[in-house]
Ligand binder design. Structure first.
Ligand code: ADP
Ligand code: MG
Length: 751
């Protein structure tokens, strides 16, 4: 099972099996020694379930109902309900060899059994094995029948966590079996299944065994596909793999079974990744059945040099890099198609994505459509508005600005401009997706720093794009093209699993003339020196950011710290003009400070992370980040990206306060060693796991129960290869495979 709990956007029921899996069954914890309790617990659970069932759907049998909740409706579902872990009941550890902290199974004879009252009422059962070593069992909740069952003289086989207690080794609430006569140990690992309240392991095992005896799982992959993509993995046939996992053979490698590297697991993970790739790719292909406005670059009857696109290119103060030209061409070609584009534009901070967005907007406007550009913060949206107005308004384009902070009158005007179509480009924050906003003929939606938006916001934007008010029928059925931009580069393997339904363009080159940023780690104890450097730098005409510490627990505290930092720096640097910007500032004040900074009227800008994304002031070339150890890698990289945008050599000082945690140290070292966003993303993945990259489309993750990206990335490539072949040559197999592996789950993945 994947431990990366990244499926938080999936609807609740999509996760039921996994969630259920995490609650250990009472029967597992209590073993066979708690029949009374078991019966009681079962009774009340059944009663509750009965009540609930009587209310909703009167006729389903209780257990079948619960199985259905686990997603287990057919034999195939049961057969594919694989163990989430195994318990090793094959060996007994003599009591004298028990080590605290581990799980162990041991056996002994009860020589004492008493109910103690200190510190609270509890049953203490003492065992002794034939070596004379003692083990205490402690039960805080127990029934009379348990006391009797573990009477003096009984031989017990117990399994549980070993603890070092006051009187020697002990187990609290172990699983207990009363052993009579000759009770052989199991020869193989015991599977433990994901379950839910009211379905016991014993019941599940039986149901699965029954299903195993009836079901057969024919191989679905056509021979040629299996030969090319699966055979090299050296995995067993599907039915064998499934049987091995349910009933591990005596000679199977236990470690491989437990850590998921056994070839039987590999087979299952391959199947699962194949289902995931098929589903995402099919969603991708399904897009081609939907209509979008085709935005030709060359319009008949108009000279090509007269298009907005051409005039904008001519007006740019720089020439595009090769990488920019390439992605502009990729996007332009998508926009000419009569199907909605869904393209992710990734490029490191400072690689020049904004101008690419502007050119895409120009193409849409040339074709008679509106474009919308949405950014996650007001500061960034404002900056885009300023920049794009600077480029486009002289060319006669009307740009409207929409943000939450607008006065009612301005807002009404902006809404009207969008609804009437007089505004060809609308720039703003998520205010753009609010209900009141209508577009006359929206043709292109651009989302900057898209990983900062939640799934609902992206869905809202897509819905907005239905063009419900469009004048003619054809336009009403159009879906606009979408361009998503992100500076958080996604490592290739992640992109393949999570974004298989997107097309990806990458800017892998920085504009020329940049000098690399030098990053220094400096202890907070040397703060005075750092302040002196800030003074020296500012006096030579450079501009400086001072980033305040992140205080995740309290926004108020963070604000207070920012104000204090600002005041100390103002006092320490009387010869400089110091500005302060933070999230609570009224947006006009924010804009005023940012304006002053970009006009070089403020030399030192004290800021919270509101400046994290997108802010572009090329003259700023020194950044100090306080308490750098509190930030994540992606965030540090984004922040640092605010400098190094001009030709001056830039420096980023990471002030830290020790002692550093291991991962804190690893992060800061990574920052010192590289400025390459892809390398940083790779390290981040290594240090932290994939969880946080998935701000975006988490649907891909919701599909994976067995494979996980840290260990199983090597299987993605063959799964992708097989998926491609199936989609193109064996469409009926695609359907069969998806039904088998995803069934009803697939619908969640389309969001
Ligand atoms: P990001 O990809 O981080 O959004 P921006 O679009 O903000 O980057 O661009 C960073 C800076 O580089 C801006 O000042 C922009 O005007 C400038 N820029 C973009 N493309 C080029 C280029 N081809 N040559 C020179 N400067 C460029
Ligand atoms: Mg940007």
């Amino acid at each position: 099972m994947s431990e990366s709990d990244s499926a938080s956007d999936a609807p609740d029921d999509a996760r039921l099996p996994e969630d259920g899996a995490r609650t250990r069954q009472p029967e597992e914890a209590q073993g066979a020694a708690a029949p009374a309790r078991k019966r009681a617990a079962k009774k009340s659970a059944e009663k509750a379930a009965e009540k609930a069932a009587a209310k909703d759907k009167p006729k389903l049998t209780k257990t079948a109902d619960r199985l259905a909740k686990l997603g287990l409706r057919s034999d195939i579902d049961l057969v594919l309900h694989l163990p989430m872990r195994y318990e090793d009941e094959t060996t007994l550890t003599p009591i004298g060899e028990l080590l605290p902290g581990g799980i162990a199974q041991t056996e002994g004879v009860v020589f004492d059994n008493e109910i103690a009252y200190r510190p609270r009422r509890q049953l203490v059962v003492k065992l002794q094995d034939h070596n004379g070593d003692e083990l205490h069992l402690r039960f805080l909740n127990f029934y009379g029948s348990q006391v009797a069952q573990m009477a003096i003289g009984k031989r017990l086989r117990v399994r549980g966590d070993v603890r070092g207690g006051f009187f020697g080794m002990e187990m609290v609430h172990p699983a207990v079996k009363v052993v009579e006569g000759d009770a052989p140990l199991p020869q193989a690992l015991t599977p433990v299944y994901p379950s839910t309240a009211g379905v016991t392991q014993a019941y599940l095992r039986k149901a699965i065994d029954n299903a195993l005896s009836r079901a057969h799982l024919p191989e679905l992959l056509p021979e040629t596909v299996a030969h090319e993509f699966m055979d090299p993995l050296n995995v067993p046939p599907l039915m064998d793999a499934v049987k091995t996992l349910h009933h591990p053979p005596v000679n199977a490698d236990e470690h491989e079974l437990i850590d998921g590297t056994h070839p039987a697991w590999t087979r299952i993970k391959f199947e699962e990744l194949l289902a995931q790739q098929l589903s995402l790719k099919r969603a991708h292909e399904e897009r081609r059945t939907r209509a979008a406005p085709a935005m030709a670059r060359h319009v008949a009857g108009r000279k090509s040099e007269e298009t907005l696109l051409a005039r904008l290119r001519g007006a740019l103060p720089f020439t595009l890099t090769g990488a920019q030209e390439r992605v502009v061409a990729e996007i332009a070609q998508d926009l000419e198609q009569p199907h909605p584009m869904q393209r992710l534009l990734q490029g490191d901070v400072g690689s020049g994505k904004t101008v690419v967005a502007a050119l895409a907007a120009a193409q849409a406007i040339d074709a008679g459509y509106q474009a919308a550009l949405m950014a996650p913060t007001e500061i960034l949206a404002e900056q885009h508005a300023r920049k794009l107005r600077g480029w486009l308004e002289p060319l006669g384009v009307q740009v409207a600005w929409l943000a939450g902070s607008l006065k009612a009158k301005e807002k009404r005007a902006a809404l009207e401009a969008a609804a009437l179509g007089t505004a060809q480009l609308v720039i703003g924050t998520h205010a753009i997706i609010q209900d009141a906003v209508e577009f006359a003929r929206l043709g292109l939606v651009i989302v900057d720093e898209q990983h900062r938006f939640g799934v609902e916001q992206r869905l809202a934007l897509r819905a907005k794009a239905q063009n419900a008010k469009a004048p003619d029928q054809a336009h009403r059925e159009f879906q606009p093209h979408q361009l998503m931009m992100s500076a958080t580069p996604i490592p290739r393997t992640l992109a393949m699993t999570y974004y298989a339904d997107l097309d990806v363009s990458t800017i892998d080159e920085l504009p020329p003339g940049r000098t690399p940023i030098l990053t220094k780690l400096i202890s907070d104890a040397r703060r005075e020196e750092v302040i002196a450097r800030v003074r020296a730098a500012a006096l030579t005409g450079r501009q400086v950011y001072w980033v305040c510490p992140l205080i995740e627990e309290s926004e108020t505290l963070q604000l207070q710290t920012a104000v204090e930092t600002y005041e100390t720096l103002v006092a320490a640097l009387p010869e400089l003009t110091v500005g302060l910007v933070h999230g609570r500032l009224a947006s006009t004040d924010k804009a005023a400070v940012m304006d002053a900074f970009s006009r070089n009227e403020v030399q030192l800008l004290v800021a919270t992370t509101v400046i994290e994304v997108g802010v572009d002031v090329p003259n700023a070339s020194l950044m100090v980040i306080e308490h750098a150890e509190r930030f994540g890698l992606a965030q540090l990289h984004q922040l640092r990206g605010r400098v190094g945008r001009g030709s001056a050599a830039s420096v980023c000082v990471l002030l830290y306060t020790g002692p550093l945690s291991l991962t804190g140290r690893a992060r800061l070292q990574t920052m010192r060693e590289t400025t390459d966003g892809f390398e940083i993303a790779r390290k981040d993945l290594e240090i932290r796991g994939p969880g946080e990259f998935l701000g975006a489309r988490q649907s891909g993750a919701a599909m994976l129960r067995f494979a996980n990206l840290e260990n199983d990335a090597w299987l993605i490539e063959p799964a992708r290869g097989a998926a491609d072949r199936l989609l193109h040559e064996f469409p009926h197999v695609v359907t069969q495979h998806l039904n088998r592996w995803l069934g009803a789950r697939e619908q969640y993945l389309k969001a």
